[in-house]
Write a protein that binds this ligand. Structure first.
Ligand SMILES: [Zn+2]
Length: 336
């Protein structure tokens, strides 16, 4: 069966020294300190160690073949977004990352599809780069769950979403810049608690802000099975009903009506939860995801889904039908 992993991260082996080039800021750079490993550095601060499978496309294809997965949808690592930088500098950096992914897609068209990154802090530049991403063969974009702490319903982002709909570019909303992280550094809480909350924040902002109402054809996928949105939807809906004066101020439609309007990935690490997600939004809206190559990801690329007692049609939806629909790609691309 065709398997498309819609949520994976990649980075070029070599990054320019942007801090030096732009003359400010703690832009990420890589220290290749030993064979097969690199340290991601933010300024002088160590951020995370990555392995060769974060940049080597052939090694990745080999590793994926062990899990019978032919296609990886790649995007950058959220810490690279650099929305805090000066807009033109972020554009420069985004173009570098996007060109790298476009080259990869061109070189391995049967194994890779790509999502770009945009200078979201400047809507005009973001749209210019979005149009370029389309031209260089990317299928969509990845954006953060907030943009410099602004929620995605802010008016300034609307033209970007509108352009995505017009250009038929899909969107992955990825948690990052986690709320409250300064107050919960211990126990990896920004990743374990902050990330699911961030994704919920993004979905609620887009739903209550009426983005899905105004742009019926927009194709958005939320990471990590939608964070804690689906498991707290009862509370969210109840809040909408009992305090419309607080919640329904920009969009009168019940949030539950948007189930099936957007996609989420399968990264739950829990068959019981995935079963619930299937019941909530249907397998047509769940796409295989892994968060490869990072340790918190599902690094067996959906093996737990294969082991679940699911109808073959449900597995087909998750493994390739829903991914193709979200991406707006025809399966012929991989079989011809
Ligand atoms: Zn991720």
């Amino acid at each position: 069966m065709l398997k498309i992993d819609t949520h994976t991260h990649i980075i070029p082996k070599k990054l320019p020294n942007w801090s030096e080039k732009f003359g400010y800021g703690d832009f990420i750079y890589l220290q290749h300190h030993k064979k097969g490993f690199a340290k991601m550095m933010r300024g002088n601060q160590f951020f995370r160690e990555i392995k060769e499978n974060a940049w080597n496309p052939k090694l990745r294809i080999e590793e994926y073949s062990k899990f019978n997965t032919q296609i990886q949808v790649v995007c950058t690592i959220p810490v690279m977004f650099s929305y805090w930088a000066k807009p033109l500098d972020c554009l420069d950096l985004s173009q570098y990352l996007n060109d790298h992914i476009a080259e990869l897609v061109e070189q391995f068209p049967k194994n890779y599809l790509g999502l770009g990154t945009l200078p979201m802090q400047d809507s005009e530049l973001a749209i210019t780069e979005l149009e370029r991403c389309k031209k260089i063969g990317l299928s969509g974009i990845q954006i953060g769950s907030n943009i410099n702490d602004l929620n995605l319903n802010e008016d300034r982002f609307y033209p970007i979403f509108e352009a995505c709909e017009k250009l038929s570019m899909c969107i992955l909303v990825h948690p990052w810049n986690m709320m409250g992280q300064q107050n919960m550094q211990r126990y990896w809480l920004p990743w374990l608690v902050g990330m699911p909350a961030e994704t919920t924040r993004a979905i609620c902002s887009m739903v209550f802000g009426g983005i899905f109402e105004k742009l019926p054809k927009i194709r958005v996928m939320f990471a990590h099975a939608g964070g804690s949105f689906l498991t707290t939807l009862g509370r969210i809906e109840h809040g909408f009903v009992c305090r419309p004066d607080l919640v329904a101020i920009d969009n009168p439609v019940n949030p539950r009506n948007y189930l099936g309007r957007f996609w989420v990935d399968s990264i739950t690490h829990d068959p019981v939860l995935l079963d619930y997600v299937i019941k909530m939004i249907g397998s047509e809206k769940i796409v295989l995801g892994s968060d490869y190559p990072f340790p918190l990801g599902d690094l067996e690329i959906g093996r737990f889904i294969e082991d679940m007692n699911l109808e073959i049609s449900v597995k087909e939806n998750i493994f390739f039908k829903a991914p193709l629909e979200w991406l707006g790609v025809n399966s012929g691309r991989f079989t011809d």
